[in-house]
Design a protein around this ligand. Structure first.
Ligand code: ATP
Ligand code: FE2
Length: 325
């Protein structure tokens, strides 16, 4: 079974192809809006309208080279939400057009669930605890006793990626700043104590950010601050993840979202899981960030909802991980 997935919830318009029988991603391409100064919604939708065809062009070349065609696609899946209305509309429109033109069943899927499920696809974990850390999101998620996804812990203010990016901006390191902070952190081993906030299984990063800002003005060494920032917030996250794993008795752990590509975070996760006799695994960054392949795989998970009827597939910008779809 080959499934085509279309991602379009925010800055990325992506298309992925997954072959379920071969257990393989066949194709995964995207275009991405670079909103250095934040997301200008009008420019964002103009970007998607002007550029989505570039990904379809690449798909066509792939089809030609691999001697496959839309006849071989059994299912089309698209990101129905959550996300920004204008991006969602474009992804939905492209998906519905392809479904109508080639008479392929279509299903709308939950973008957040797809971030998690693609982790299961690569790691083959059955019922893991997830840490979802992107720019906006910092959530600890797992399936509950009814097999529904549930948020066990989250940030009460800014996301971890957001904290890192904000500090990188102060340092003039550009946006997004995750990799630049990681590189600087590697140059230090001098830990400067920073405040951290844990409330049950929730965290908060705004206080830490203010403290870092203050310390920067007090002329602490920048590499030391980057190192201490990482050590403090990653250890904070590991502590709450560990708490959630003990509470839910989960024995597997995966990190998804852009921050997952941080090597130090991965190292801490591996250590934490070793101490708990739990399994930890990571998977390629390309699939940790927004991409079409994860939407294709979620289409497989939700294949029973697919149909040839496109009428009820309106974008759903405000759904959560706990929503029905
Ligand atoms: P979403 O809509 O899925 O939340 P997003 O744009 O907020 O999307 P992602 O693309 O998943 O998020 O991740 C981007 C974040 O990941 C940025 O905050 C970026 O700084 C962070 N990041 C990327 N690489 C690293 C790294 N090596 N270390 C730490 N953070 C990183
Ligand atoms: Fe995402």
């Amino acid at each position: 079974m080959i499934i085509l997935g279309i991602e379009g919830t925010a800055h990325t318009f992506g298309i992925g192809l997954i072959d379920i029988k071969k257990d393989k991603v066949l194709f995964n391409e995207k275009v991405q809006f670079k909103g250095d100064e934040g997301m200008d919604l009008r420019k964002l939708s103009e970007f998607h309208v002007a550029n989505f065809h570039l990904v379809l062009d690449k798909l066509e070349v792939f089809f030609e080279n691999e001697k496959i065609s839309f006849k071989d696609i059994e299912l089309i899946s698209f990101s129905q939400g959550p996300g920004l209305g204008n991006s969602l509309k474009i992804a939905a429109l492209v998906a519905k057009t392809l479904s109508l033109k080639y008479k392929i069943p279509i299903v709308g899927v939950n973008h957040i669930k797809s971030h998690l499920e693609i982790g299961k696809f690569f790691t083959k974990f059955k019922d893991p605890m997830f840490l979802y850390v992107s720019g906006v999101n910092t959530q600890i998620i797992a399936k509950d006793e009814f097999k529904n996804y549930r948020v066990y812990g989250e940030t009460e203010d800014i996301g971890l990626g957001n904290l890192i990016d904000s500090f990188a901006r102060l340092l003039g390191l550009g946006f997004p700043g995750g990799l630049a902070i990681e590189e600087r952190a590697k140059l230090s081993k001098n830990y400067i104590p920073l405040p951290f906030t844990i409330k049950g299984m929730n965290v908060s990063f705004a206080g830490l950010y203010s403290n870092l800002k203050k310390k920067l003005n007090e002329e602490y060494d920048v590499n030391d601050l980057c190192y201490s920032l990482q050590e403090t917030c990653f250890a904070t996250m590991m502590e709450v993840v560990e708490r959630a794993m003990a509470y839910t008795k989960k024995k597997e752990f995966i990190i998804v979202g852009g921050v997952a590509s941080n090597k130090r975070l991965s190292e801490m996760a591996r250590e934490m899981c070793k101490l708990r006799s739990a399994k930890y695994d990571s998977f390629p960054r390309e699939y940790c960030v927004d991409n079409g392949a994860m939407i294709a795989y979620q289409g497989y998970v939700d294949r029973k909802r697919a149909s040839l009827d496109i009428k009820n597939l309106k974008p759903t910008p405000y759904i959560t991980i706990e929503s029905q779809i």
